[in-house]
Design a protein around this ligand. Sequence first.
Ligand SMILES: [Zn+2]
Ligand SMILES: [Zn+2]
Length: 225
Amino acid sequence: MEYDLESAFKQPGCPICTMIKKSMDSYFRWFENESDHLLELLISLSRGGFCRDHAQQVAASVKSDLNYTYAFIIRTRQKEIKQFLQETALIQKKIFPYREKNDPHRELNRIISSEPCPVCDLIQKTGTYGSAMIARKFEDPINRELYRESAGLCWEHCANTLLIAPPEIGLFLLEDHLQRLEDLNREFREFFRKQDYRFDHEPKGKEQTAWVRAMELLNGRPYSF
Ligand SMILES: [Zn+2]
Ligand SMILES: [Zn+2]
């Protein structure tokens, strides 16, 4: 993973976004090969499953069908709901006395509460790991110089790193981020200058796509690019 971060510095876009994208690609490959066989994974999925976006992404990433996986989830959920209905029917008929532990709402929570989406969980954990790794690596000034050459952290990952970094490293990150904002501002000034009829004959350059770099710095890169 340490190697991943250094190689991520050389990729376009936020290094932590790049790490997350790589982790997701590995997860999808692993899921494609293992999902039919790992009981623990199937049980975990049947207690929550993928969120809306990641269900679609998993379906688009795997080459085989997911009949075994979804059959397990559907059957487990069916069993739990049936069991809930049987238990609450017994309570309503007062076949066994109402006690707090048989509170239907409490039981309902048991079937509704779910484990987090494993891909959302992976994104969160890789992000946390990446921030901790950066905070530690920046103790070495060489790594800070390497970072300056990178596309820089997106604001979300920069903010998360600021929250855990020692003050000296936090200061470095903020000053670096400020410099990146200024670089973009310079590009925007150039863009607007060339909008002026006196200069609009000048060849168009990098400044025309400044907004793309601004968006990536503010919002990061999509993990599905
Ligand atoms: Zn990012
Ligand atoms: Zn998700």
